[in-house]
Design a protein around this ligand. Structure first.
Ligand code: GAR
Length: 202
């Protein structure tokens, strides 16, 4: 790994607690990625204030201002290009990206999802895990591909489902694991990229 850190953007839609975990990890100069840009698609995304307070450049690309997904993704790309971003972390970013955008970033775009993929793709994962009476639940960091929550898994963390769990208590326990593994998975993915590995699984 060269001394140069991989310039990374985090895309958020709301709270941004996973973005915060990435920023905290990247405060260590030995972390292989630097968080240089935070982009939100909603003006009320609370994570924007955190990023600004920590001296990170932010951009707002409001999806509702664009007539098509292609136009929205082009605006995202313009921000990423103008800030010389090399890697993207989706962190609670609740927009589906076009296949063309994802293909252009193949191998350089990852997401965190609150389930043990391939189980419970999509929304409301905690309620669905409880309804399915699974004994274990968790979170996954995966490469982003055109299929929703379908890319190769880089890292997962498991939590036991407790008899008295509600979606909120389960979500809180999973979220702690999200914050722990997302920085580890980002480091693993960018190191794999730097070493020329075909995927982050090696
Ligand atoms: C996180 O739990 C993340 O895994 C989930 O949204 C939450 C965002 O929280 N993402 C998805 O459901 C994506 N399909 P945060 O804004 O505090 O990081």
């Amino acid at each position: 790994m060269s001394a140069a850190r991989v310039s990374t953007a985090v895309l958020i839609s709301g709270r941004g607690s996973n973005m915060q975990a990435l920023v905290e990890a990247a405060a260590d100069p030995h972390f292989p990625a630097s968080i240089d840009l935070v982009i939100a698609n909603r003006p009320d995304a609370a994570g924007l204030a955190y990023a600004q307070a920590h001296g990170i450049r932010t951009a707002l690309v409001e999806h509702r201002n664009f007539a098509s997904r292609e136009a929205f993704d082009a605006a995202l790309q313009a921000q990423l290009s103008s800030h010389h971003v090399e890697f993207i972390c989706l962190a609670g970013f609740m927009r589906v990206l076009t296949a063309d955008f994802v293909a252009a970033w193949a191998g350089r775009i990852i997401n965190i999802h609150p389930s043990l993929l391939p189980d419970f793709k999509g929304l409301d994962t905690h309620a669905r895990a409880l309804a399915a009476k699974v004994g274990e639940h968790g979170c996954s960091v995966h490469h982003v591909t055109a299929g929703l929550d379908e890319g190769e898994v880089i890292m997962q963390a498991r939590v036991a489902v407790l008899a008295d769990d509600t979606p909120a208590t389960l979500a809180a326990r999973v979220l702690r694991e999200e914050h722990r593994i997302y920085p580890l998975a980002l480091a693993k993915a960018v190191r794999a990229l730097a070493s020329g590995a075909p995927s982050a699984s090696g």
